[in-house]
Design a protein around this ligand. Sequence first.
Ligand SMILES: [Zn+2]
Ligand SMILES: [Zn+2]
Length: 333
Amino acid sequence: MKLQGNMLKRNSMRFAAALLAALVNLAAGPNAALAAASQHHDQVPGFYRLKVGDLEVTALFDGFGVFGPHWLNGTKATMAGVLRALREHPHLLDVADAGFLVNTGKQLILVDAGAGTWWGGGAFGRLAGSLRSAGYTPEEVDIVLVTHLHSDHVGGLTTQDGKRVFPNADVYVAKAESDFWLSPEIAAKAPKDAQAFFQSAQAITAPYIKAGKWHPFSGSEPIVAGMQLVPLPGHTPGHTGYEFSSKGHKILFCGDIVHALRVQLQHPEVTTIFDVDQTAAVATRHQLLPKLAREDVLIAGPHMSFPALGRLYQEGSGYSWAPVVFTDQWDEK
Ligand SMILES: [Zn+2]
Ligand SMILES: [Zn+2]
């Protein structure tokens, strides 16, 4: 009996201690319990889709990066302003890399393929995973339209051991682009800094050329119904935009027309060290941006903040970017 009495006493003391602990927690406020939950760093699958007329367009996340201020070329005054702004806004030059999938209802078309493992030291290469998350497989892709042959746009086409990631796709690129990057003569004369781009272009394209899946176009041949080629030379010799129209709605996949959105929209004259022809790159930007600001056209820019889709408006002497707003409403007004 004595023993039981002791146990009872001990149990009631335990109960009192537990009650006290609960009261202390309560006194610390409702956040005390939340603070104990571990943090999660994983995002939802990297895709965002919308309708453009009858087309289903899905932006596919490939990765996130930061554009180097030393990669920009502007006047002394403009660049001093950029460096000043960067000190106040450390995220000024944050960029994404993305590709885009167009389901026309008949064909599955990929526009640009992200970097794969060919650029960015492992920070990119998530496009194929994003595509699977969006409900498709790489094998289903019929056509790949390539804006240009920089490895952050075509690296996702091919694995490091030379396998085609999109085994059933025919790949289309401007002939001027293909001729430039795949020429051993031009590569031999190119500056040392540019050599990596030539080497990766050759390695990435090789398995598609071998399989008869590489199709350089000169501009007149029809590739996809309802799609117009928009030559945008300068960044690279055959840099090409693809404009799709459906039921009066338009979307332009514009490639590398803008890298640093918060600098080059205010200063379209600012170029990047990756622009093969700086003068032509500026001229193309000066021609295209006012047109996009005037027209109601959705813009898909691979390096814009993900989902890399938005519209352009005139703002002072420059332009402002209005990103798409998340919606799951498919019916158009
Ligand atoms: Zn580029
Ligand atoms: Zn790029």
